[in-house]
Design a protein. Structure first.
Length: 394
């Protein structure tokens, strides 16, 4: 793969935010380096990509997606990555989870690969979390709550269980398997070129095509993403005193991390998870004067933003879904300890303008989930380990 080099970095304490890097070439061959590599270009050879992918789990959260899309998604994950599917699909009246398992089983048989699939509400997972002292994911009945974040965090714990060093998230509702392949390649390349061990790669889709009367329109920005990015940039601008537009991936569902970083971030429930990851890092390591937070000393935490070549086409889930996502994204920013007054006002104005918030009201406060490193992992491992066969598809 060839990727543009870092041109610009915004720093907030120990958090390094790299500006967007475009993918120049999807496959740049086997050789490590060309002697005459063009200036400003990084080459990541195939052996390096494969080596990174061997150390990587791809976590796919899914809930009642069309089986055809689910199958698209798993077929695009590179062979070397461990596939971990965390499903919250219905078991009745149709047992969609069993159908997903069956689809995966067939795929594994033909591709000679094993994969992991768990239901988010599996009693073994809930009991393991409960007994390991990690009940932030559980409801009053002691069962894992609904929510994409909840599924993703189970994926982080399973990545650790299977001794992988990196993990990347990929949504299941994807129309093009080739984009899944590209995300996994961009994860491997980005995590390899990162200068610091604690690193994250967030994907910016090249386009998100829409159907208009005149035909296809290749739209660049999603409605929620555009507003979330504006509010996160406002936050960084007012905290640092220098206006910036560095954040382009505030809502990036497709993102990857070193496990060491994934374990140490406090998350937020549901769809607030992606902006909350950035906020949690600013809160903890952003060197914000009134929080006195510079715990990481000189070690950097690095966030790369990589723009794909492929456009992204996924399911259209309707206006109510978009509204909820916007409310929870902006709610996480609004209630963060690092959020300045100017950004709070911007959020209120935006939500009122969209008719999602009444005058005088505040957006919802997200449910926070403590960092996965807080779990008694040995206990979790023991309980999951005793039952692991029910989750492995060979
Ligand atoms: N395990 C699990 N549990 N998965 C879930 C749940 C749940 O409760 N709810 C949704 N998912 C899965 C979906 O099946 C899909 O694979 C993925 O999570 C993303 O959910 P979508 O409902 O498709 O969200 P979206 O496409 O509107 O938004 C996505 O992109 C945004 C950026 O544009 C998500 O990834 C957002 O988190 C992201 O901000
Ligand atoms: Mg989607």
């Amino acid at each position: 793969m060839r990727i543009e080099t870092f041109r610009y970095t915004e720093r907030l304490g120990a958090v390094l935010l790299r500006d967007v890097q475009k993918i120049i070439e999807l496959d740049s061959g086997m050789e490590d380096q060309d002697t005459d590599e063009a200036r400003g270009v990084l080459k990541i050879s195939e052996p390096i990509i494969h080596d990174m992918q061997k150390q990587m789990a791809i976590v796919i959260p899914t809930k009642n997606e069309k089986l055809r899309l689910f199958e698209n998604c798993i077929s695009g994950v590179p062979h070397e990555c461990l596939k971990i599917i965390v499903s919250n699909s219905d078991k009745s009246p149709i047992n969609r989870f069993e159908l997903e398992k069956e689809t995966l089983q067939q795929f594994c048989e033909f591709s000679k690969r094993r994969a992991i699939i768990v239901h988010q509400k599996d009693p073994v997972i809930s009991r393991a979390l409960q007994e390991a002292g990690y009940d932030d994911l559980l409801d009053e009945q002691g069962i894992v709550r609904d929510g994409k974040a909840e599924g993703m965090i189970i994926g982080i714990l399973l990545t650790k269980f299977f001794n992988k060093n990196y993990l990347g998230f990929i949504d299941a509702d994807n129309y093009f398997p080739g984009t899944v392949l590209e995300y996994a390649r961009a994860y491997a390349a980005g995590l390899h070129i990162a200068k610091y061990e604690q690193c994250m790669v967030r994907i910016l889709w090249r386009y998100k095509p829409k159907i208009h009367e005149q035909g296809l329109y290749f739209k660049k920005w999603g409605r929620v993403s555009e507003i979330t990015n504006r509010c996160l940039n406002s936050l960084i601008s007012f905290v640092s005193g220098f206006e910036t537009d560095v954040i382009k991936t505030g809502n990036a569902g497709e993102h990857a991390m070193a496990l060491s970083l994934a374990e140490s971030i406090p998350y937020a429930s549901g769809y607030a998870i992606e902006p909350q990851e950035l906020l949690s890092l600013f809160e903890e390591y952003g060197d914000i004067p009134h929080l006195g937070n510079h715990k990481n000393g000189f070690k950097g935490i690095e966030i790369l933003q990589i723009e794909t070549r492929n456009p992204h086409l996924h399911e259209n889930k309707g206006q109510e879904h978009i509204n909820n996502m916007l409310l929870s994204s902006l709610g996480s920013i609004y209630h963060s300890d690092v959020c300045p007054e100017e950004t709070k006002n911007l959020i209120l104005e935006e939500l009122q303008r969209q008719g999602l918030l009444n005058l005088g009201d505040e957006p919802p406060r997200p449910k926070l989930i403590k960092a996965p490193k807080e779990i008694d992992f040995e206990k979790f491992k023991e309980i999951v380990g005793e039952n692991i066969d029910r989750f492995i598809i060979k």
